[in-house]
Design a protein around this ligand. Structure first.
Ligand SMILES: Cc1cc2nc3c(=O)[nH]c(=O)nc-3n(C[C@H](O)[C@H](O)[C@H](O)COP(=O)(O)OP(=O)(O)OC[C@H]3O[C@@H](n4cnc5c(N)ncnc54)[C@H](O)[C@@H]3O)c2cc1C
Length: 588
């Protein structure tokens, strides 16, 4: 790869990646840090004090807070300059979403507005549509909602039953159908509704709240995210002017899926922020609560949890901003003045659909781990509402369900990889052959360099080989979902590990001695956890898809390629846990 070329989506699985091409949280400019600090202060001063009222569904208050957000400029980030926006990079957009994350409900309401509620219009709207609606959305005068799901179709949105029929005089489309689980439904003014023209051509429409025939169902009584509005949007002969068709007729799938890529990345950011919030609750509690005359934070059982939470969170954060950086790098190569700018922009995002899916799955799983252990650290007090961790725990669950369930995202990863390989975009099969020959000639050992984290980078290289070896060993036997899920999980684990290692390597040379020790401890802890998981995923994949007499030999190869000769793991975890306890927070 030359310096001018940007990485191809999923290419990391086939080639070595260097730290130069990686964006990390340490790369944030002072302007980005300032935006983050402003958002954090807004959350602490304006949202947390009223969160309880919002959780009781005081939606007038929620809308008021959304307008405060707009006043602060937070709705301008993803909007083009010519329409009054700031058009900042994706890293900044994710940083804001991360800072909103600990609020749970408010973060989802807000990203519902700035992400899926506005981006279809930004990416696919005509200049007239943008003129008409964007100004209202960025000031918070209007709130947006995204209506894809239906009662009978969630993961399979292209089977939508909502129809759009052109009126006899050709002036409007009549929309009929029901949209399910729509975020912001109670107070949204503009709905991006997906419907099939003549029951066949999947398309998107901009539907105003005031259009006759549109009504909102009753609020769902949810397990968590109680401060968000989630309801059905019911369309009965709603007459939508033809000028409100968004994008091309019959091309709604492009809008639906492309916007979901950014939606998934924004969700990765909000859950990373939530995980940091839950982590702080646990770390502080462990330093306040005494049992057997000692602080909880002094028990190895609690320290191990804190270390595992911090290590995984480091990987999630590294992965999230790496993907944001990849998108920014690719977008920066586009010609902003070209007529087809938004078309190339969408292609740039689509390039990293696999990485966005990986971020969504890994970061949402990280939040699940963190809230579960954070609640456990609270003991019985974690189970009562008086402590914030109870809300974090309830709010977490849905993140593995919406923006494409984690199963759908995990399946998407190998599907994308094979599609690209088959189209010649990635030289997967050449790499598979090369790895097979290399392993045959040299065995499973990999040269270890003396550079920092040499053992871990060598292991990472072996895991990539293992992935390719398995892909080759499966041959055509890759139609079973169980096998594809295992491959997807391996890819996610490798991507997370690589992101953490590259970041640690990149920042090690500028770190203080104390920070260096912390980075080294984190690398050991997170490598140990991720490799163990990748090894299990590889074993699953082999056992499902490879038959004897090859299976036994392959199992040995898996064990050998995934071996991690780690020393000092206990001390590393203790150091990491102590840093977390001392900070009362995620220590990076
Ligand atoms: C609080 C909340 C807010 C939401 N906000 C919005 C919104 O603003 N706009 C919107 O359009 N939607 C929204 N949704 C809907 C959400 O995106 C869907 O719930 C989600 O896509 C899953 O669809 P489903 O619930 O119909 O589950 P299903 O699709 O029925 O899936 C059920 C289970 O089967 C699995 N599954 C389904 N198909 C397959 C397959 N092919 N292979 C393997 N496994 C499969 C799934 O992974 C899942 O585990 C929201 C949902 C919730 C709960």
């Amino acid at each position: 790869m030359t310096s001018k070329q940007t990485a191809k989506g999923c290419e990391f699985l086939l080639a070595e990646v260097t730290k130069k091409s990686l964006f990390t949280p340490e790369d944030f400019t002072s302007e980005q840090q300032q935006i983050a600090a402003t958002t954090e202060a807004f959350v602490n001063n304006e949202i947390f004090p009223d969160l309880e009222l919002m959780e009781q569904q005081d939606f007038a208050l929620v809308v008021e807070k959304l307008r405060d957000c707009a006043e602060l400029g937070l709705f301008l980030v993803d909007i083009p300059e010519e329409f009054g926006g700031l058009e900042l990079d994706k890293a900044t957009s994710m940083l804001i979403a991360e800072k909103l994350g600990p609020t749970g409900s408010f973060a989802i309401t807000c990203t519902g507005q700035t992400g899926i509620g506005s981006l279809p219009l930004v990416y696919y709207g005509t200049p007239q549509q943008k003129e008409k609606y964007l100004a209202k959305l960025i000031t918070g005068e209007w709130i947006g909602a995204y209506c894809l799901t239906e009662p009978d179709c969630g993961s399979d949105p292209l089977s939508a039953r909502t129809t759009a029929t052109l009126s006899a005089d050709g002036s409007c489309y009549q929309l009929n159908g029901v949209k399910q689980f729509i975020t912001n439904a109670a107070f949204a003014d503009l709905f991006t509704v997906f419907a099939k023209i003549d029951g066949k051509h999947f398309s998107a429409f901009l539907v105003e709240r005031g259009m006759a025939g549109l009504s909102i169902g009753s609020e769902e009584k949810k397990m968590g995210l109680k401060g968000t509005s989630t309801a059905q949007v019911i369309l009965q002969n709603v007459c939508v002017p033809v000028a409100n068709l968004l994008g091309e007729a019959g091309k709604g799938h492009k809008i639906a899926f492309n916007v979901l890529n950014i939606g998934r990345l924004k969700l990765s950011a909000t859950v990373t922020g939530a995980a940091k919030g839950a982590f702080s609750e646990a770390a502080k509690y462990a330093m306040e609560r005494k049992q057997f005359g000692q602080y909880l934070a002094s028990f190895g059982a609690i320290r191990e949890k804190l270390a595992d939470m911090a290590g995984t969170l480091f990987a999630a954060e590294s992965l999230l901003y790496r993907v944001a950086g990849l998108l920014d790098e690719r977008i920066a190569t586009l010609d902003r003045t070209a007529d087809d700018y938004y078309e190339t922009y969408q292609k740039a995002i689509e390039e990293y659909a696999g990485e966005c899916a990986m971020a969504k799955v890994f970061c949402s799983k990280t939040l699940a781990l963190v809230v579960d252990e954070a609640l456990q650290i609270h003991g019985g007090y974690g189970y009562v509402k008086e402590y914030p961790i109870e809300r974090y725990y309830r709010d977490e669950r849905v993140n593995r369900i919406f923006e494409g369930t984690n199963e759908i995202n995990r399946l998407l990863i190998p599907a994308l990889l094979f599609r690209r390989a088959d189209s010649g975009d990635l030289d997967l099969w050449d790499r598979v052959r090369a790895v097979r020959e290399q392993l045959h000639a040299k065995g499973t050992t990999e040269e270890v360099t003396t550079t920092p984290f040499g053992i871990e980078f060598s292991l990472l290289a072996r895991l990539k080989k293992l992935f390719l070896l398995l892909v080759g060993a499966l041959g055509e036997n890759r139609s079973e979902q169980e096998i594809l899920l295992a491959l997807g999980d391996m890819a996610i684990g490798i991507f997370a590990l690589e992101s953490a290692l590259l970041r640690a390597e990149k920042v090690l040379c500028i770190a203080s001695e104390r920070r260096k020790a912390l980075l080294q401890a984190t690398v050991k802890s997170v490598t140990f956890a991720l490799v163990a998981q990748v090894q299990v995923d590889a074993a699953r994949c082999a056992a499902y898809g490879v038959q004897e007499p090859h299976l036994a030999a392959l199992q040995k190869t898996i064990a050998s390629l995934a071996a991690y000769p780690v020393a000092g793991l206990l001390e590393a975890k203790q150091l990491l846990a102590d840093a977390a306890s001392e900070a009362g927070a995620y220590p990076f």
